[in-house]
Design a protein around this ligand. Structure first.
Ligand code: ATP
Ligand code: MG
Length: 573
């Protein structure tokens, strides 16, 4: 396998070293910890491939943990979509956990913290607290509430939880060190009040919710995670992650972790995925969805997993992409062309070819006498093993308008009266004889004659022509709606630009046109079946036009095709 030959990434090296040293008795446990406040995007997939990949490779387990500590933004719709997308990518989790399962434990820890004099209730506004934070080179200022007596802190924290205090009026802060060079140690907020929204799992039970730094490490610890892998922005949180766990481990807290007092989860960080011409933030994506700037989370222009899937990306291509870009400790930007290159490579091997005409003009073969016939064409030229399809052929065909010129010089290899012989894809050789125009001079019909002895697959089929053109037979052709997608943003790095990112959207990111496809696609004319919540749809290469996927808007009356990518690969240049 490709994987086996590749050198280890730096996290795999750490894991192998830990295994060699016998850490955690050889146990490997990771987790993927999404907050259910949006759909997964391709950045998350990078983390998923890491978290699940490590577990798969080293006989460990990767659990799914929903980091659901902010009811104002979270919803079961997101929980369901996250499970669906991970399963579609082909990964299997061990357990499903929720940070909200630990609310009781975390609340108890907060109480113990207060009793030990390590936490206090602050009544200042968020702005005041921020002002007192200091800078990396200047110490912060102590809150006037920092030295409240323990009893008062206990009473107020109770009152916060009882719903007696208005949202935003009080927070619980850890009492650590306002002068610490690591700003995260300057009395971080560990609990806040949220009363405006019920929690999607615990309802109205809680009025206080733990902050990330007070929930994440502890959750890892409760579950027995060995390698807590995340992205580089958490490097600065790592000392605090370790510090909290140190406070809650050891003899005093026996029973909180299943693995004894010496066990510690270790946080490790890798570089985030950023891709050109898009954004990689759930908050921004939510805004695009809510404001109707895209059709939904699964709009084929979105960098979400469901958007990419609807665009025609396969799970295999997305995972290959992650293998290619790898994991490092430096932030960077990946060319969107590489992502397209990976899906193009994937579909090149698998997508059956069909003819489609986007700007049709009628072609009449004047010497064709028959009622029509069936041509057997290979799905992918030169790959008999990948099957064949039936194409209807007859006297009247649609061809691309651009494949005929009434007057052409000898550099034009396609149809022109008195010009060269041209092969109709997978069938006969024809020669143009003339055309007919309407009152405006627009060509309405092209006339040609064919050579009955030139059919592809017969002896005469070997005769070479300079050009081959696409066609669909008029009676059997099907009209399809083709949705031609392009980059969502007009500039390379919308997140780095000043001003509103919504002003940077590409106004030409979607063009909807009608085309005529060969009748063999009639079998696609039905609503797709859904398996595990995912539409089961097929991919095609529309010859000379690009790779397309059948869209789930298709019905028995209307075929809808999404362009996944064009055929031109600019990445390799
Ligand atoms: P966003 O900023 O889009 O809201 P997030 O980091 O807040 O993303 P989470 O649900 O907290 O979203 O992320 C779950 C996991 O996915 C985290 O471990 C996070 O590090 C990882 N992750 C998120 N975005 C990326 C990315 N662009 N590249 C790699 N990993 C990512
Ligand atoms: Mg987050």
């Amino acid at each position: 396998m490709e994987n086996e030959e590749k050198s280890l990434n730096f996290i795999e090296q750490i894991v192998e070293q830990d295994l060699a040293e016998g850490k955690n008795d050889g146990r490997i446990q990771t987790r993927f910890p999404p907050e259910p406040n949006g759909y997964l995007h391709i950045g998350h997939v990078k983390a998923i491939c890491m978290d699940f990949g490590i577990a798969e490779r080293y006989n460990g387990v990767c659990n799914l943990r929903f980091d659901d500590t902010n009811p104002a933004k979270e919803d079961t719709e997101y929980v369901d979509s996250i499970e669906r997308d991970i399963a579609w990518l082909g990964f299997k989790w061990g357990q499903i956990y929720y940070a909200s399962d630990y609310f009781d434990k975390l609340y108890d820890l907060a109480i113990r913290f207060i009793k030990e004099g390590k936490a206090y209730v602050d009544e200042q506004t968020a702005e005041q607290i921020a002002e007192q934070k200091g800078t990396p080179t200047e110490p912060g200022v102590n809150s006037p509430y920092r030295d409240r007596p323990v009893e008062e802190n206990l009473r107020l924290f109770q009152a916060m939880q009882n719903g007696e205090i208005e949202e935003g009026k009080m927070v619980l802060r850890a009492k650590i060190d306002m002068a610490n060079p690591n700003m995260h140690f300057r009395d971080p907020i560990i609990y806040r009040i949220i009363t405006s929204h019920p929690h999607h799992r615990t309802g109205r039970k809680w009025n206080v919710y733990p902050m990330y730094d007070f929930a994440h490490g502890q959750s890892d610890y409760f579950e027995g995670v060995t390698h807590s892998i995340c992205t580089l922005e958490f490097v600065v949180h790592r000392p605090l992650y370790d510090w909290f766990i140190d406070q809650f481990s050891g003899e005093n807290f026996a029973g909180l972790s299943p693995y004894g007092p010496d066990y510690r989860p270790k946080q490790r960080e890798f570089n985030r995925l950023n891709i050109t011409y898009t954004v990689m933030s759930k908050r921004k994506m939510l805004q695009l969805v809510q404001e109707g700037l895209v059709a939904g989370w699964d709009d084929p222009r979105m960098p979400t997993v469901c958007g990419l899937r609807r665009r025609g990306y396969t799970a295999r291509a997305i995972r290959n992409f992650m293998d290619r870009i790898g994991y490092t400790k430096v932030e960077g930007m990946i060319d969107q062309g590489l992502l397209e290159h990976t899906i193009r490579e994937d579909l090149k091997e698998t997508a059956p070819r069909v003819c489609a005409i986007f700007d049709p003009v009628k072609l009449v073969i004047t010497n064709y006498e028959g009622e029509g016939e069936t041509i057997i064409a290979e799905n992918i030229d030169g790959h008999e093993e990948l099957g064949t399809r039936e194409m209807k052929f007859g006297r009247e065909l649609w061809i691309e308008r651009g494949d005929f010129l009434e007057q052409a010089d000898n550099k034009f290899y396609r149809l022109s009266p008195g010009g060269r012989e041209v092969r109709l894809k997978a069938s006969y050789i024809i020669q143009a004889t003339g055309c007919e125009k309407d009152a405006d001079g627009k060509i309405t019909t092209v006339y040609a004659t064919y050579d009955p002895n030139s059919k592809s697959g017969t002896e005469g089929g070997n005769r070479k022509t300079k050009a081959t053109i696409n066609w669909v037979e008029c009676q059997s052709a099907i009209e399809a709606e083709a949705r031609l997608y392009d980059r969502l943003f007009a500039c390379e790095n919308p997140s780095a630009e000043e001003g509103d990112f919504r002003d940077l959207l590409n106004p030409d990111s979607l063009k909807v046109v009608t085309c005529l496809v060969e009748g063999s696609l009639a079998k696609e004319m039905h609503q797709p079946e859904y398996k595990n919540g995912v539409a089961q749809v097929n991919h095609y290469q529309l010859l000379k036009q690009g790779y397309f996927v059948v869209d789930e808007d298709t019905t028995e009356h209307k075929l809808v095709l999404n362009r996944t990518c064009s055929l031109k690969d600019n990445y390799l240049k």
